[in-house]
Design a protein. Structure first.
Length: 199
């Protein structure tokens, strides 16, 4: 028994000192690129009809035949830039700041609730029974729930990784209940508060 424990300790020490080198999965990159290209083709094909429908509905000529294609292309380029920036960011930096990202997402959702439901500010975009976006004028819009989701993923990964190293990942009181509470808080901020903001 003692030998088994010593082997486990040595394996744990080796796992902590040796970091596996990450190799990119080029198949995922290929499939992702094909999906993005397909999305652009679809936007190019249906964009003119969508523009005509909106122009007729609102009595305007604001939407050009290339409006949605250009908007999709700009969004795609911004997303690719964010992807590259995040891929080049050391994961230790994200791991260290996961709690701050999570708290920032919760605060952003709370600010959206206050701006949309209590202050009825124009900065909160409310439609279809809920406020989901910050309206930033020419910069577009920002959905705080996306920041909250990223914070949840980063924090949960770090928290569960720590619990695995401690050997208590299945512990009800120290792991499962805290994770359940965190998930319920996130659901409350994203679903309940957003629905409460309906105008």
């Amino acid at each position: 028994m003692r030998v088994v424990e010593q082997l486990k300790e040595r394996a744990g020490e080796a796992a902590q000192t040796v970091v596996r080198r990450h190799r990119p999965d080029y198949q995922i990159v290929l499939y992702m690129g094909l999906l993005m290209l397909l999305g652009l083709i679809i936007m190019y094909a249906i964009g003119p009809q969508r523009a005509n429908v909106l122009n007729n509905a609102y009595g305007t000529d604001y939407y050009t035949s290339m409006y949605f294609f250009i908007k999709q292309t700009i969004s795609l380029l911004l997303a690719l830039a964010a992807f590259v920036a995040l891929a080049l960011t050391p994961y230790e930096l994200i791991k260290r700041n996961a709690g701050k990202i999570l708290v920032g997402g919760l605060i952003a959702c709370a600010v959206l609730f206050v701006a949309g439901n209590l202050l009825h500010s124009g900065v909160a975009q409310c439609s279809l029974g809920a406020c989901r976006w910050f309206e930033l004028g020419p910069l577009g819009s920002l959905q705080p729930a996306e920041l909250l989701k990223f914070g949840m993923l980063a924090f949960t990964a770090g928290f569960l990784g720590m619990r695995v190293r401690q050997g208590i990942v299945n512990d009800l009181h120290r792991t499962l209940i805290p994770m359940g509470i965190l998930v319920l808080v996130a659901i409350f901020f994203v679903i309940v508060l957003q629905k409460a903001q309906a105008n």
